[in-house]
Design a binder for this molecule. Structure first.
Ligand SMILES: NC(=O)c1ccc[n+]([C@@H]2O[C@H](COP(=O)([O-])OP(=O)(O)OC[C@H]3O[C@@H](n4cnc5c(N)ncnc54)[C@H](OP(=O)(O)O)[C@@H]3O)[C@@H](O)[C@H]2O)c1
Length: 378
């Protein structure tokens, strides 16, 4: 019997990870968090559909007894969704090393995801795999780039955009993480040099096409911005933006970011709960349709300028499953003994777009690929 602990197992993404792993045989899934009642409620709801054994227990990642608690369960894998990861120390992956468990997290924070490499040697020595960012970014975004990069001799730019539907369930940790950096500067690789952009600023409208159409976007600070320029030897620019579906909410957040930029509000994160409450009042005004687009520009092997667009469309409210798929794929591969890698790494190149395809089919996600090629000037 293998044991998998899901930290934050009844949260917005944690509960979807539990749901996606229910069919596993000879596995116990531990639904955990600081609230036993919420964990029990989820277990009771899912129990009938589960092959896996479902157990619940209280685990607070900040409690002094955290490591002892992990040790008492002795898990094979720990999946960490208890964000926000912004400002979090790597004590959870460190504890997993100490108790001999593989580790997977959903982190979207660049220093947390990049910092995981510090544990690389220790993880190798213990024959364990620690993966950070096993989510939309950089998990899925890098799987898309890995899929197409062979068609390029040289990458000029990568531009990634995510636009969830307004009706998508909002997890407090996700919002708190974003609010912690709106209006604050961070480094991006632009025009072949590192420069500063501000969180949730530089608004632009992008046409995703399909059911998503045009959406407003603004800067978000994600690990990809730090990792991709070097990892993919990008010559010019890497950009990443996200947006809210309702233009007035999107622009209100741009204004909030501006207030922070000019020093009027230091940090919006402490106001996360009321902000989530207010934004939920407008839920019915939007749709449950969201999308993700990755644009890769560069020179092909045939002496052409090449541009590839990969766009993912999600409707019928399935969008919030997308950030869970990378973690689910890696957990399943580890349990099946198909992933033999050891060490500590950001989630880049650990699975293929082909591994994503069955989940996309199950969720009825639609995706399209467009390629534009132009001969280079002689
Ligand atoms: N990399 C990406 O592409 C990507 C995409 C989307 C989301 N994310 C990240 O995923 C994380 C989870 O998001 P979410 O929307 O699921 O958030 P959420 O709904 O707020 O869930 C967080 C869960 O963690 C638990 N938790 C909070 N503090 C804890 C603690 N000290 N010890 C143990 N459990 C604790 C919460 O329950 P209790 O408060 O009851 O303990 C809750 O179950 C966020 O940090 C977000 O940034 C990453």
């Amino acid at each position: 019997m293998k044991k998998v602990i899901i930290l934050g197992g009844y949260g917005n993404f944690g509960k979807r990870i539990v749901e996606e792993l229910l069919d596993l045989q000879a596995v116990t899934l531990y639904i955990t968090g600081r609230n036993k009642k919420k964990a029990d409620l989820l277990r009771d709801k899912l129990q009938n559909k589960a092959n896996a054994v479902l157990k619940t227990t209280v685990i607070d990642i900040n409690a002094p007894t955290f490591k002892e608690k992990l040790k008492s369960i002795s898990p094979d894998i720990v999946i960490h969704t208890s964000g926000p990861f912004q400002g979090q120390m790597p004590h959870v992956p460190q504890a997993c090393l100490d108790v001999g468990a593989h580790y997977i997290d959903l982190s979207d924070d660049r220093s947390f995801v990049c910092g995981i490499k510090q544990l690389n040697q220790m993880a190798k020595d213990k024959n364990l795999l620690l993966v950070s960012g096993a989510s939309s970014v950089p998990g899925l975004s890098s799987a898309v780039i890995e899929h197409y990069k062979g068609q390029f001799k040289e990458l000029e730019s990568i531009d990634i955009a995510i636009a969830p539907g307004n009706k998508a369930e909002r997890g407090e940790a996700t919002i708190r993480g974003i609010l912690s950096y709106i209006g604050r500067p961070f480094k991006v690789y632009s025009n072949s040099k590192w420069e500063e952009l501000y969180g949730w600023m530089s608004p632009r409208k992008l046409d995703f096409g399909g059911v998503v159409g045009k959406r407003w976007l603004a800067n978000i600070d994600v690990p990809d911005l730090a990792l991709f320029p070097k990892h993919y030897a990008v010559k010019n620019t890497v950009t990443f933006q996200a947006g809210l579906e309702l233009p007035f909410l999107h622009w209100f957040m741009v204004l909030m970011a501006y207030f922070t930029k000019i020093g009027l509000v230091k940090n919006w994160a402490p106001l996360t709960k009321p902000i989530v409450k207010v934004s939920n009042l407008f839920k019915s005004l939007g749709t449950d349709i969201g999308g993700m687009r990755v644009e890769i520009n560069g020179k092909s092997h045939n002496k052409t300028n090449k541009k590839i667009h990969w766009t993912l469309f999600a409707d019928k409210g399935v969008g919030p499953y997308i950030p869970t798929i990378s973690a689910v794929i890696i957990a399943r591969k580890l349990l099946a003994g198909e992933l033999k890698d050891t060490g500590a790494t950001p989630c880049i190149g650990l699975y293929q777009l082909d591994d994503f395809a069955p989940y996309a089919e199950k969720l009825q996600l639609d995706y399209k690929e467009e390629t534009v090629e132009q001969l280079l000037n002689p």
